[in-house]
Design a protein around this ligand. Structure first.
Ligand code: BGC
Length: 765
């Protein structure tokens, strides 16, 4: 069934008939960044000319959808505010009055059409934009973004985002609050789970891939959704990893580390972005003019609209940046925040602010223009009922193709960290005891952002293994809950372990222990699970740990020493099947860590690409007068980029085709990589660079390229990476990107700490 516009649309002549070519050109790849103030299409300018102040403010107002609320609360505060404020009948009235521009969190086609009809009944008939937090799938759940980053395969992010866009648009969503592209270097921060880890280069590649996947090749297609890279900016740097905390970093660090993934998303055409909760150098992001206007629009060339985070503009007062709500609205709006997500701040205050001359009318018109351009680019002004097709709602979710992609992407997200005596893959004919709270828990497969997933639709590890193993080979015992013990649980687990050949311990975090509002002071396994692991390991049977987690954990005792260790993150709908594929050897694991696993929780924040100190502790050294803790060296237990396969892959020393890189030239860094084992593997070959001496200190290594290659048993391949001056650039003391002539080191290696480098130099122009 084709979506159709209502018959009387022509009476709202301004919406119909005017060419949308202007919008298409505006968003086309490679278009020159326009200033926010640039005029939009004739249709939009004509609309703005006719809009009342109240209607303009309406376009800048985003409320939770009270008519189609999210099945599970995603944002308790603003939902509660909204429900106290406005019942659904009131919401229809507000929409008809032109006082709402977009809604958040709602799904459902029939009611979506009613809401859209209400919008078309408003004086100017401007359609609503429906947004939702779909980060890694709506009904078909893909691995959490941190897990998918472990695939080191950005094209998978593009494919899963495309599949998620298909499902979103099948249920009436036009706009996703994704991708989350914050660089997360402190594993205490629960939102590590939502992004692509600690590295700006890897996150940037995933960031652009997600945007391409969500938005697709044709924004007007009823299957395209607008992307919203978030949270702009620096949110990953919250002090102590504590959620919603302040940050303290130099602008150089902000530009060097936190902005590149946003730049990548904008270059890929992202239509919107979300202002963050945190402050940046004392100025809250949501009221930060330098950030939201000078940097975002000026330096990064962003052309879409900026939405606040939930209530982040209201929160300027709690930050101590505004004295009251009215000033919060003024500061946020004048700083460049276009749309308020929350309890109606703009609705209450923008009118008086404009009337008093505190907010220029031009700024108001710019913000409205930014919003209408996005609506126009998505084709909503031509077909308000796009993505509201009753037929697709039933046939367009959990399709066999989406489920198959969920399984493939889950397989590729699993990381094998340890495999002593090649205990994995499981040898045929063994009796397996699956022990632990996460072995058969359908409520903990998906991760924190899956409010539309139906519990019970996902495949647990127990179900996946039961399908893969011969009847009778598998015993499943819970042993403990995730956070608490079970009476007799450990005893039952010990009995099961004794009569098995191999124990699989399914341990980890609940999905509610990471994600928004879930920072942890200690990134360790809950004690009842640790006790369970110790008791089971004491039996002496081989132990394989499968670790569900939304962050890196500090592993201890029997878990750290297990014979094999697989990190499974939250793998989503087909997680159990994917894990069974890897455990039984149907697939060799190929994931690599997108975050470092520390030796000890106290090492946070920890990241491989830290700058060099004056006293680095080099491998093999044990002097106290070095950068280290008394108890441990400052190395990772498992570093960024690390992951094993079921084969042995060796790397020869890297080579360069020339040892001098001309200013405008390029060199090739290459290494020969060989599969010395008997199994086909996917290997992630990584290029790291180091600037030996520069005008500001540079990281000990930085990822600058990676290639995922397939190697048959015995196969050898030479992997080449092209290096140009642009790859050597960094943000200098003057806050500008620059490269400096001099010496560099290059590694082609299987992780961020492996291998020996080759030297080359950059020659001045
Ligand atoms: C989160 C955002 C999310 C928004 C809407 C906020 O609390 O920080 O990431 O998009 O809620 O649900």
């Amino acid at each position: 069934m084709k979506s159709s516009a209502p018959a009387d649309l022509s009476r709202r002549g301004l919406l119909a008939g005017v060419s949308t070519l202007a919008a298409a050109a505006f968003w086309s790849a490679g278009a020159r960044p326009l200033r926010a103030a640039a005029r939009a299409s004739a249709r939009i300018e004509a609309l703005i000319a006719r809009m009342t102040l109240e209607e303009k403010i309406g376009q800048l107002t985003l409320y939770p959808d009270d008519v189609r609320p999210t099945p599970r609360p995603i944002n308790p505060d603003i939902n509660a505010q909204a429900q106290a404020r406005e019942r659904s009948s009131f919401q229809y009235d507000e929409i008809r009055a032109g006082r709402v521009g977009s809604l958040l969190g709602g799904t459902g086609v029939a009611l979506g059409r009613k809401l859209q009809e209400a919008a078309l009944d408003s004086r100017l008939g401007i359609p609503l934009l429906f947004g939702a937090d779909v980060l890694h799938g709506l009904r078909t759940i893909f691995p959490i973004p941190l897990g998918l980053a472990a695939s080191f395969e950005p094209s998978l992010a593009e494919q899963t985002a495309r599949a998620a866009a298909d499902e979103m648009t099948a249920v009436g969503v036009h706009w996703t609050f994704a991708p989350m592209v914050d660089i997360a270097r402190d594993q205490r921060w629960g939102r590590v789970a939502e992004g692509s880890g600690e590295d700006p280069f890897l996150t940037s590649r995933f960031s652009e891939a997600y945007v391409k996947g969500f938005q697709g090749g044709d924004l007007k297609s009823p299957r395209a959704v607008a992307a919203c890279p978030k949270h702009f900016a620096g949110y990953g740097a919250v002090i102590g990893g504590m959620e919603y905390n302040t940050t303290d970093m130099t602008e150089r660090e902000l530009r060097q580390t936190h902005l590149p993934p946003f730049k990548a998303a904008f270059d890929a055409g992202a239509l919107t972005t979300m202002a963050a909760f945190n402050d940046v150098d004392g100025v809250p992001a949501s009221g930060n003019r330098r950030l939201l206007t000078d940097i975002l629009r000026g330096d990064l060339g962003f052309r879409g609209f900026v939405v606040s985070d939930a209530g982040s503009a209201e929160e300027l007062t709690a930050h101590g940046f505004s004295a009251d709500e009215r000033q919060a609205a003024e500061l946020a709006f004048n700083a460049g925040l276009d749309v308020n997500m929350g309890g109606g701040l703009f609705k209450r205050h923008l009118g008086p602010l404009v009337a008093d001359g505190r907010t220029p009318v031009d700024r108001l018109d710019d913000a409205v223009r930014n919003v209408l351009r996005v609506k126009e680019a998505l084709g909503l002004l031509d077909d308000p009922f796009r993505s509201l097709d009753l037929h697709r709602e039933t046939t367009g979710v959990r399709t066999p193709e989406a489920l198959s992609l969920a399984r493939t992407s889950a397989v590729k997200s699993i990381v094998l960290l340890r495999n002593e005596a090649q205990i994995l893959p499981l040898a045929p004919g063994k009796r397996i005891a699956l022990i632990g709270p996460l072995g058969d828990d359908p409520g903990n497969l998906d991760g924190a952002w899956a409010p539309w997933a139906k519990t019970g639709e996902g495949v647990t590890l127990a179900k996946g293994l039961a399908q893969a193993l011969p009847a009778g080979a598998l015993t499943v015992v819970k042993g403990s809950e995730i956070r608490t013990g079970i009476a007799g649980g450990v005893d039952a687990a010990v009995v099961a372990a004794k009569s098995a050949d191999i124990v699989i311990l399914a341990l980890g975090e609940a999905q509610t222990m990471s994600g928004e509002a879930h920072s942890r002071a200690e990134i360790i396994l809950p004690q009842p699970q640790q006790d369970l692991a110790e008791a089971v390991a004491a039996i002496g049977k081989p132990v394989v740990v499968v670790l569900s987690t939304g962050r890196a954990l500090a592993l201890r005792g029997a878990v750290r020493e297990a014979d094999a260790l697989l990190v499974s993150w939250f793998l989503g709908s087909q997680g159990g099947l994917a894990l069974a594929d890897v455990l039984t050897g149907a697939h060799s694991p190929s994931g690599r860590l997108p975050i470092s696993f520390p030796q000890n929780a106290g090492q946070q924040p920890y990241y491989y690409n830290h700058r060099s100190t004056g006293r680095p502790q080099l491998a093999g050294e044990s002097s106290f007068f070095k950068a280290r803790y008394d108890e441990i060296s400052h190395a990772a237990l498992y570093p960024f980029g690390f992951g094993l396969t079921y084969s042995t892959v060796s790397y020869e020393a890297p080579e360069v085709d020339r040892d001098q890189l001309d200013w405008n030239g390029e060199i090739t860094v290459s290494a020969r990589v060989s599969n010395r084992g008997a199994r086909r593997v996917e290997e992630v070959v990584q290029l790291y660079l180091r600037d030996v001496a520069a005008s500001v200190t540079r990281p000990v290594r930085e990822l600058k390229g990676f290639a995922k290659i397939v190697l048959a048993p015995g196969e050898q391949r030479t992997v080449n990476f092209r290096v140009r001056r642009q790859d050597l650039e960094f943000v200098g003391a003057d806050l500008k990107w620059r490269a400096e002539p001099g010496g560099f080191l290059a590694w082609v290696a299987p992780s961020s700490v492996a291998g020996a480098p080759i030297a080359f130099s950059l020659r001045a122009a």
